[in-house]
Design a protein around this ligand. Structure first.
Ligand code: GLN
Length: 225
């Protein structure tokens, strides 16, 4: 199947809506004044400048993508220029090497280890300066996160911590093993939007952050389904 684009340049950011933390990403995109939508089926991809694959459970997401025949659709839209950001489970799906398992999409040259910190009880919060992404420290939330053990030469490491890489990118793919959508920070959503060629309209992330609550996404659960 080949991809045919209809109309103008794709200008929407989609959030893959099969399983995982979908609303939280949609809410961050809304706060930045970006055009966004949920993505569930092949026809939803045509106008996407970028796709976010949320955190959740990578085995479950891979199964659903296979059952709904969406794996090749993602690969085709990626090859026509669609950018992809994988958070946590999404990063696992994008890696081209997964320790002890078969890679799924294989779109970024890196080796990732699922559950690299241990069980759900070993989840934690931290923060870091990530110069390319924000002038302010970025809050980091790790939930049964993977560790990126190694990245290839064409991969730019955005954040290295202890013995692992926590955020990285190539020209079309962004990966974070943590969850910016579960914090008040808009920095990574803004960064991804710029990577997609879109211009967030919200003026300052810090101003928007002050009104954020960790249940802010719930209004989207009611109105956007
Ligand atoms: N541990 C999950 C997996 O391996 C990822 C967890 C997450 O996305 N927060 O798929």
């Amino acid at each position: 199947m080949s991809v045919r684009l209809v109309g103008d340049e794709p200008g929407i950011i989609g959030v893959l809506d099969l399983q995982g933390g979908v609303h939280e990403h949609l809410e961050h995109l809304e706060r930045l004044g970006l055009p966004y939508k949920r993505v569930k089926q092949a026809s939803d991809f045509a106008d996407l400048a970028g796709l976010i694959i949320p955190g959740g459970e990578s085995t479950c997401l891979a199964r659903l993508l296979t059952i709904f025949d969406l794996k090749d659709v993602i690969l085709q839209h990626h090859s026509r220029g669609m950018k992809i950001w994988g958070t946590c489970a999404g990063a696992i799906l994008l890696a081209d090497k997964v320790v002890g398992e078969k890679a799924f999409l294989g779109l970024i040259d890196m080796e990732i280890e699922r559950n690299g910190f241990g069980s759900q009880l070993d989840s934690f919060k931290s923060e870091a300066f990530i110069g390319a992404v924000s002038e302010e420290p970025v809050p980091l939330t790790f939930i049964r996160a993977p560790k990126i053990l190694r990245a290839g030469e064409d991969v730019h490491v955005l954040l290295r911590m202890d013995d692992y890489i926590a955020a990285a990118e190539n020209d079309r793919i962004l990966v974070t093993v943590f969850h910016p959508e579960l914090t008040g920070s808009l920095a990574f959503h803004r960064y991804f939007a710029l990577k997609c060629g879109l211009n967030p309209t919200a003026e300052k992330s810090s101003a928007a952050d002050s009104v954020w609550k960790n249940v802010s996404w719930m209004k989207l659960a009611r109105i956007a389904s």
